[in-house]
Design a protein around this ligand. Structure first.
Ligand code: DI6
Ligand code: FE
Length: 392
């Protein structure tokens, strides 16, 4: 019994997890399992010495989009910066054109393919943002596509990211676009139950802190949680703004100041680290991890899966990047994609393995949990269970 929940991972060795009606009924040492429970189980998965973790929770993705940005990436390799491409009408706006052109069916089909690869690597809960429509109809279509991929068995938490970039038709009237986001997109998405949260891109190539504050305020008026793309390419005080506005998280945070980290700690605002974007954009300025630790800011890790700055569907590579590039420990990285990510999405029924919680499980043929972030990608999960159903 001595090692129940022990060490940095809360490890239980030689364990049994009993699942019933979609939930974990019992978890503990095999020797202590209820009499006959294992032998009478309808279905068993023998891990043969492998490990079980909570299903991975990817709390920041842009999994629904049209097209790719591979050609633009080639230009970036030739020396043109992400921001220059954005200023030339490319970047996010090129994905907006492809997404507006895509039907609901096409968006669902491509997102389902990407989500399938994430499931292979243990993801059972995913947040999906809109933000490549930038008009009412396409933003709602993106959210509908996000909700449609629930048929995979994965829990999807959709986020309205209407204020992601200024669409060309509003180039001369920023405030009218923010009005559209606040007065139409947010209320309609909330009324149709197509969004759990709102998000905005607080950045020189995105929206000002004042504009983002309006969006977060409109979101909370509509009963939606707040998130913020903050301080990714410059310090606009986005971390502090997210904290002040009561957002659940500020995300990216490469340029967040000490004061921003302190404000986040005081407000209980999580830091969602997106090492895939840091890597893919060749960033050199790292988020202030030590400041976040010292101010008690939860360190959360997500893929930021998107066509422009983090084209990945592989959460294990993200865990590796969080350790190698940003300096998290493997245990911190795993907590950041499980228990702490659950809180960012407002779920209290998952993210840890405990009796009574949802049976969202990822099974791995590994000898030690540090292998989840050690292999640069590693092998797919040997089994994935969501809500008690086997997804793989
Ligand atoms: N930051 C990101 O990493 C995503 N959005 C954002 O504001 C990706 C945007 C993209 O380049 O498509
Ligand atoms: Fe993002």
């Amino acid at each position: 019994m001595s090692d129940i929940g022990s060490g940095p991972y809360g490890t239980v060795r030689d364990a049994v997890v009993l699942v019933s009606a979609g939930h974990i009924e019992w978890i503990g040492h095999e020797a202590d399992a209820p009499e006959g429970a294992v032998s009478s189980a309808r279905e068993t998965i023998d891990l043969d010495g492998g490990w079980v973790t909570p299903g991975l929770i990817d709390c920041h993705t842009h999994l629904v989009f049209g097209g790719t940005r591979a050609v633009e990436w080639e230009r970036r390799l030739g020396g043109v910066s992400y921001e220059e491409i954005a200023h030339q009408g490319g970047g996010i706006l090129s994905t907006v054109r492809a997404t507006r052109d895509a039907s609901l069916d096409e968006l669902v089909r491509s997102a389902r393919g990407r989500l399938g690869r994430m499931i292979d690597f243990g993801t059972t809960t995913v947040e999906i943002k809109s933000g490549y429509g930038l008009d009412l109809e396409t933003e709602l279509r993106m959210l509908e596509a996000a909700c449609s991929v629930r048929d995979t068995g994965v829990t999807v938490s959709p986020t309205l990211l209407g204020a992601h970039a200024l669409p060309p038709e509003f180039a001369n009237d920023r405030s009218a676009f923010v009005d559209l986001v606040c007065n139409e997109m947010i209320p309609q998405a909330a009324a149709a139950r197509l969004a759990d949260a709102v998000d905005a891109f607080c950045e020189g190539i995105g929206f000002t802190p004042a504009e983002c504050e309006r969006v977060l305020h409109a979101g909370s008026e509509a009963g939606l949680a707040g998130r913020l793309h903050a301080d990714q390419l410059s310090d606009l005080g986005g971390g502090a703004l997210a904290a002040r506005a009561g957002a659940r998280s500020a995300d990216h945070l490469e340029y967040t100041s000490e004061a921003g980290a302190r404000a986040m700690g005081e407000a209980g605002c999580a830091a969602v680290l997106l090492p895939g974007a840091f890597y893919f954009l060749g960033e050199t300025q790292k988020p202030p991890i030590e400041s976040f630790r010292s101010h008690g800011v939860p360190l959360v890790v997500a893929t930021d899966a998107n066509p422009g700055s983090s084209p990945t569907t592989q959460p294990l590579i993200t865990l590796n990047q969080a350790c190698v590039l940003l300096g998290l420990t493997p245990a911190e990285a795993l907590a950041g994609m499980t228990v702490l990510a659950a809180r960012v999405l407002g779920f209290d029924d998952r993210g840890v393995l405990r009796a009574g919680l949802r049976a969202d499980l990822a099974c791995w043929a590994i000898d030690d949990p540090s292998e989840l972030s050690y292999w640069m990608g590693g092998a797919p999960a040997s089994a994935v269970v969501a809500g008690g159903h086997r997804l793989r």
